[in-house]
Design a protein around this ligand. Structure first.
Ligand SMILES: [Zn+2]
Length: 285
């Protein structure tokens, strides 16, 4: 059994400390996800009740001194994630109200509305905002659909006149195509016949798509961004409830990772994704 409790302390309790910089913000999200995942690990088959308390500042709910007024918005991170109901962003990072600025859209696609929302956060919440996160997730339905269209183009025909769905698929197909080329150049053309090829292509595309989203945001906000604002990416694994982010020189890739700084580093990351334990194990099936 387990309890996840959102606990409001007394009205005069000190406010929960907020991350002072991007490194502290990254640490807080990483620890929050680690605690969430560990809580569920501990609860499996245990006779004792596992418990995680997420402190909530009553002032963030409009209570306390100056009650009745709307609280100021002061998130320390902006997170772009998928709409998938299995990936509740505040919950998986052990965060509460007024902690994270959340944008969720199917396939965590970086459209103009999403970018506009992020720009709003950067322009208006820069006093508290330290981190931008792009979070994909394993088994993403949007990416899976794009992979299946790529592997079997006839599946595109029923979608050809559905412009709203096509907008999502079309933007993902580029990443899927690039991932497929990368897999074939790394493992040879025969790799497409392996039983695990489709699953590996889906998961490699999900990781590449999250990293590319973060990279694009970093390039887009460019020089206008506050100096201490960092952009990171990751993939939430539904099966382990942990965030995974393949990176150069790390085959395991636990937790969120810094986005590559330039095109050359991004190309290196593409290779690292395929060399990761997760993708290698899918291809080895
Ligand atoms: Zn998804």
């Amino acid at each position: 059994m387990l309890d996840i409790i959102y606990r409001c302390e007394m009205l005069d309790a000190p406010a929960r400390p907020r991350p002072a910089d991007s490194a502290a913000a990254l640490r807080r999200l990483s620890e929050g996800n680690r605690d969430f995942a560990a809580l569920l690990d501990d609860s499996v088959g245990a006779n004792v009740r596992a418990q995680r308390i997420v402190p909530v500042d009553v002032r963030d709910l409009g209570l306390g001194a100056g009650g009745g007024k709307s609280p100021d918005q002061h998130p320390f991170a902006a997170i772009l994630g998928c709409s998938d109901a299995r990936v509740p962003l505040e919950l998986i990072f052990s965060e509460g109200p007024n902690d994270v600025f959340v944008i969720r859209v199917a396939g965590n696609i970086l459209g103009s509305e999403v970018l506009g929302s992020l720009k709003y956060a950067i322009d208006h919440l820069s006093g508290s905002l330290k981190l931008i996160v792009v979070l994909g997730h394993s088994g993403c339905g949007a990416v899976t659909a794009a992979v299946d269209v790529f592997l079997s183009p006839s599946q595109y025909l029923p979608l050809a006149t559905q412009h709203s769905l096509r907008a999502i698929l079309d933007s993902l197909l580029i990443v899927v195509q690039a991932s497929a080329r990368q897999i074939q150049s790394s493992f040879g053309p025969d790799v497409v016949a392996r039983p695990g090829y489709r699953a590996a292509l889906i998961e490699a595309s999900i990781a590449t798509h999250a990293a590319l989203g973060a990279y694009s945001i970093q390039q887009e906000i460019g020089a206008g961004a506050p100096a201490d604002l960092q952009t990171v990416y990751g993939v939430y694994l539904l099966e382990s409830r942990r965030v995974w982010a393949p990176r150069v020189g790390d085959m395991t890739g636990t937790g969120l990772a810094e986005v590559p700084r330039d095109h050359a580093m991004f190309a290196e990351l593409g290779k690292a994704i395929l060399q990761s334990e997760r993708i290698a194990s899918l291809l080895a099936r």
